[in-house]
Ligand binder design. Structure first.
Ligand code: KIV
Length: 257
């Protein structure tokens, strides 16, 4: 059975951890889906891993729609979630609704994700949820605010930890079906995960979240740089380099074809 937002909520209740990964094209999406990943996120990190930008800010809605369509073609089971890029939802709740509407109408994505838990973001979440769009929140380190926050761990000071907790609560109250907790102390992530009835999906937030997400390029060893909290499960960079070098050598010495 395909994974749905309500399935994630049930898994939280039964204590079944959620495994999420990012994808940016058909081939990886097909492999992740066949391998049994619960949630595939067309994250705006694709700006860096697929498009070579320095951060996520330059990504446009049309670009993410293009990648989301390709990812969708490869997926049968996993829940498909798509990031709303920088400045496609920050202006107003109406702008957020228009952007999310395009994602759901023009791609096979089933839900959208947006960053932040400030009042404007909460208003946007409520508006999208009222329109029937499942929304995933994202608090803690929010990479679209890199020029304000950097890539530092968030929520170390009690006042910041309390603000992040309140943001998570407000997102749940606005109707979000789950929340990404990025790069916050494990104790804070545990506190938020206990407090909320919707699942938390951690990245650099310790072991007590209801699920985990990684950028697939980091997990596979394809990234040029990766955050200290990610884990590399394979070194595809090395495997690809060796395969390509072997092919070049074979062509040059007449061993292939
Ligand atoms: O864009 C992305 O890849 C993300 C994950 C890090 C959660 O938002």
């Amino acid at each position: 059975m395909p994974v749905t937002p309500s399935q994630l909520m049930q898994w939280k209740q039964t204590g079944r951890p959620i495994a999420a990964l990012t994808a940016w094209d058909y081939t990886f999406a097909r492999l992740l889906d066949a391998a049994g990943v619960d949630v595939i996120l067309v994250g705006d990190s694709l700006a860096m891993v697929a498009l070579g930008h320095l951060n996520t800010l330059p990504l446009t809605l049309d670009e993410v729609l293009h990648h989301a369509r390709a990812v969708g073609r490869g997926v049968r089971q996993s829940l498909l979630v798509c990031d709303l890029p920088f400045m496609t939802y920050q202006e107003s709740a109406e702008q957020a609704l228009r952007s999310a509407g395009r994602v759901l109408k023009e791609t096979p994505m089933q839900a959208v994700k947006l960053e932040g838990g400030h009042p404007a973001a909460i208003g946007a979440v409520a508006k999208m949820v009222q329109a029937g769009i499942p929304v995933m929140g994202h608090v803690g380190l929010t990479p679209q605010s890199v020029h304000r926050l950097g890539y530092r761990q968030q929520g170390r000071k009690p006042v910041d930890a309390d603000r992040i907790l309140q943001e998570a609560i407000a997102l749940e109250e606005a109707g979000a079906f789950s929340i990404v907790l990025e790069h916050i102390p494990a104790e804070l992530a545990e506190q938020i995960s206990r407090k909320l009835s919707i699942p938390t999906i951690g990245i650099g937030a310790g072991p007590h979240c209801d699920g985990q997400v990684l950028v697939t390029a980091d997990l596979l060893g394809l990234s040029e740089r990766h955050p200290p909290f990610s884990r590399q499960y394979a070194n595809l960079q090395e495997i690809v380099t060796q395969a390509v070098q072997a092919y070049c050598t074979d062509v040059r010495i007449g061993k292939f074809p």
